[in-house]
Write a protein that binds this ligand. Structure first.
Ligand SMILES: Cc1cc2nc3c(=O)[nH]c(=O)nc-3n(C[C@H](O)[C@H](O)[C@H](O)COP(=O)(O)OP(=O)(O)OC[C@H]3O[C@@H](n4cnc5c(N)ncnc54)[C@H](O)[C@@H]3O)c2cc1C
Length: 493
């Protein structure tokens, strides 16, 4: 039996571990943190649970091809309830609200009521959503791998892509903000800009809306950490081994082939190594000689990282009458990392059992901007904690103005900055996804050309990243491993 080492027990590492075990390899995952999950995580403070990762999971619907993968790796099963909130968001601007309904007809009627002058664009958007709704992220086998059960994209699925293709080309040329400018109504404009972020490619916006419309994109009960723990337990039940608190400093390479990893100066031998640390970091830091193949150079040059500062509050008030997820505009901006933010999102977990003490509420906000340099300077100057406190104070003030009954009821606050993510994930600037810029559709290979027995997996390898990409690339890495070792890939439930 061949010995495989996996660097990282995030969703990509756990997925790879499970498929590798199922396919008969002896697998050890080395994870620097004390828990599994990586960016798919949550944490407790003073009795409050802060969901720090997943807000929606592509493939949570049994109709999506990815659902089979999530079930194969134990992320989902029949006893895991999936919550599909509707409306998905509520956006509020100057006392007016717009609801982002999942149902396309309902969304169309609602948008038309709000802005009859945007009729043409609204009808066009809804028509495109009907086309995009039929497209799912494919899960297929790589060419030339022996598989126990074949997974291919049926021809009917390919035909469903055809009507959407010209429109994909149309949206790929613009950012969400540029797309939103086609609408006259300020509320609709703001909503459309903020669903995936103003600078993200409009294709991402369309795919997000159509995923929701297709009944996918739910939140599995137990959230991010619950899902990671289910996968870790499944991996261990299959005979896999996870070593927590072990940081891999280098992958050792002998005669142009990976021969193991270095942990605390000790060489641990392996026949193959699957790296799920952010590939962008791994290619520079995990090898004695950085990987300089064409794709690696392109990755260094073209990737716009998605970073956030994550603010969580434990509030001694029951907010179950408020929306689960809302965005609102601010009169006075919230300055985060030196950047004035005029729109913030609020996730309200009041109705989620176990997320807060009885009668209390956990709320979170992810402020997506590149504040890495700001926080780094604060750390160097010794003002990091003070600036975190200032940000929390400003946020609490804004929220208390909006929801006066929470004033003076904050039991706990928590701020995670890009430096926090960097410390835990060892990713580029603490990023956890790739921003899909204009015309930016890069996919990267699962293995380098110049070193044998090494495989890459993780969010960085395909846009837009996230949990589905982590899982799909984890599976793909094991298929390459199976192909190279002439092993049958197993992957059935
Ligand atoms: C606030 C937030 C919201 C999100 N919302 C969603 C969402 O709604 N839907 C969605 O699909 N995605 C979402 N994501 C993104 C998603 O969580 C990530 O893209 C995904 O979890 C990445 O998985 P990964 O396995 O590729 O990488 P990671 O999660 O980064 O895992 C890498 C693991 O490797 C470990 N590691 C790294 N280097 C080493 C080393 N040298 N030695 C040992 N261990 C190492 C790390 O500790 C980590 O556990 C969100 C992320 C955040 C932060």
């Amino acid at each position: 039996m061949k010995k495989v080492i996996i660097v990282g027990a995030g969703i990509a590492g756990l997925t790879a571990g499970i498929y590798a075990r199922q396919s008969g390899f002896e697998v050890t995952i080395y994870e620097s943190h004390t828990i599994p999950g990586g960016a798919s995580t949550s944490w407790r403070r003073k009795g409050y649970l802060f969901e720090g990762g997943m807000h929606w999971l592509t493939g949570s619907s049994p109709k999506a091809p990815l659902n089979k993968l999530w079930r194969e790796v134990g992320a989902l099963n029949d006893s895991v309830k999936v919550l599909n909130r509707d409306p998905f968001y509520i956006f509020e601007h100057e006392g007016q609200t717009v609801h982002l309904y999942r149902d396309i007809e309902k969304l169309k009627r609602h948008f038309l009521e709000i802005s009859p002058v945007d009729r043409k664009e609204i009808l066009l958007l809804c028509r495109d959503l009907e086309k995009f709704e039929k497209i799912h992220m494919p899960v297929t086998d790589i060419k030339g791998v022996k598989v126990k059960n074949k997974t291919s994209m049926p021809l009917s699925a390919l035909f469903k892509v055809i009507p959407a293709m010209p429109r994909m080309a149309f949206y790929s040329k613009m950012s969400s903000k540029e797309y939103s400018e086609r609408f006259k109504n300020p509320l609709l404009k703001l909503l459309l800009q903020n669903i995936v972020g103003p600078e993200n490619n409009a294709t991402g916006l369309l795919f997000t809306l159509s995923t929701l419309a297709s009944g996918d994109g739910g939140y599995p009960e137990g959230g991010s950490l619950g899902m990671a723990i289910r996968m870790a337990k499944y991996f261990e039940a299959l005979g896999g081994n996870i070593q927590y608190g072990e940081f891999v400093s280098k992958v050792s390479v002998k005669n142009n082939a990976a021969s193991g990893v270095i942990i605390n100066g000790e060489h641990i031998p392996a026949d193959a190594v699957i790296v799920t640390q952010d590939t962008l970091c791994a290619i520079d830091t995990l090898f004695y000689t950085p990987i300089c193949e064409k794709w690696a150079t392109e990755m260094r040059e073209s990737t716009i990282p998605m970073l956030d500062t994550f603010i969580s509050l434990g509030i001694e008030a029951n907010l179950s009458d408020l929306p689960e997820s809302q965005f609102f505009t601010l009169n006075e901006p919230l300055v985060c990392g030196g950047v004035p933010e005029r729109v913030i999102g609020l996730n309200n977990y009041a109705t989620f059992k176990g997320y807060a003490p009885e009668g209390c509420t956990a709320v979170t906000t992810a402020i997506i901007n590149d504040s890495y340099d700001f926080w780094k300077k604060c750390r160097e100057r010794g003002t990091y904690e003070i600036e975190k406190q200032k940000l929390a104070d400003a946020y609490i003030r804004i929220l208390s103005n909006k929801i006066p009954r929470i004033a003076g009821k904050i039991a706990v606050w928590d701020v995670a900055t890009p430096l926090t993510y960097e410390r835990y994930l060892h990713s580029f600037k603490g990023s956890w996804m790739t921003m899909m810029g204009k015309g930016d559709q890069k996919n990267y290979p699962s293995k380098p050309e110049t070193i044998k027995n090494i495989y890459f997996a993780g969010q960085r390898l395909m846009v837009p990243g996230g949990l589905p990409v982590a899982a799909v690339t984890g599976r793909k890495a094991v298929q390459y491993l199976c192909k190279d070792t002439n092993t049958m890939f197993q992957g059935s439930i």
